[in-house]
Ligand binder design. Sequence first.
Ligand SMILES: [Zn+2]
Length: 400
Amino acid sequence: MPADPEPRTYSARYVFPASGPPLAGGTVTVRGDRIEAIDPAGVRTPDEDFGNAAIIPGLVNAHTHLDLSGARGLIPPTDPDHFTDWLRGVIAYRRARTPEQVQADIRAGLGECLRAGITLIGDIASEGASWDAVAASPTRAVVFRELIGLTEERATVAFESACGWQRSPGETAACRKGFSPHAPYSARDRLFSCYPREARVAVHLAESPGEVELIRDRTGPFVAFLTELGAWDPSGLIRGLGHPLARSRLVDHALFIHCNYLPTEETRYIAGVHSVVYCPRTHAAFGHPPHPFWEFLTRGVRVCLGTDSLASNPDLDILAEARFVHAHYPDFPGDVLLKMLTLAGAEALGWADEAGSLEPGKSADLVVVPLPDRDAADPHELLFADHPGDRRTMFRGEWR
Ligand SMILES: [Zn+2]
């Protein structure tokens, strides 16, 4: 038996456990790959003090597409009414990319996530292509295999290949596989409700006004778009935007990504159970009306943050997303915002038993974030101020 590792105690100007209030001068004690204790100032003598910095839980990027990491700046977001034009750009980009380029893109995106202090990633991958790279890297993840198929034939192929992939061995102590029926305009209705209870499922929902029109009236820009692709089959469309939400009661962990145009009453199906992923800077890049995240939270819906991909976002830094929200909603409570990029993301992805907060017994996943050199009545103000500086990240007790 290996000897019990010696504990090490770290301190900083603030420790933000996310599961409780910030601790000025608090300490985090790590033993092996676990958090042993979180204490207020004065209880333990730190082995290392990071000074004017925050120690926060490892960050959670609940939604990205690492396989689009080569697309930064190449497919400018459109206005909301021309969203299908942006999708055409993404499809053309994907078709021009070789498998080797895609793997290089995945590695580059992963590297960017790791440098940002992200220790848990929800990645949607065409054909599960990011699995090998993600599972081999020092991060926790759920890799969702994308399922696309509105016609009966395409839906069957997508489902069978996803099930084969899911059954193949390879899940690790930190990486799990999930399913992503892509969106109501691209996935047949039955693809939203055919998974085992323990499955993790991620769905893009109500992203653009055209999608709302398509599901409501069977008209609008998506008809021409899908016809061009040879993929138009109105018999495969869900009957209402609430359908995937209602059917998500069949699984333990479902994430609904964007929901920019989701009528808030539809969230009754997922309040207290499932999650919405808000991607703030991508949302802003398309010029959508204000996102209803605050109202979703008021209705008891868990909301976490994602970056989405580099095809629509400037980087994969989830703390930058939170800082963007703070800058645009200065009255939004800092403790709730911190949960949105830590604990809520871990709960959404089914990893909250191990990750998402600094609590004794959880995995020692944490980030040291430099703070600005000033005071603030609420310490969250310091964390969410736009402040540069390298972050240090510990994953499962090891600095990476
Ligand atoms: Zn997405």
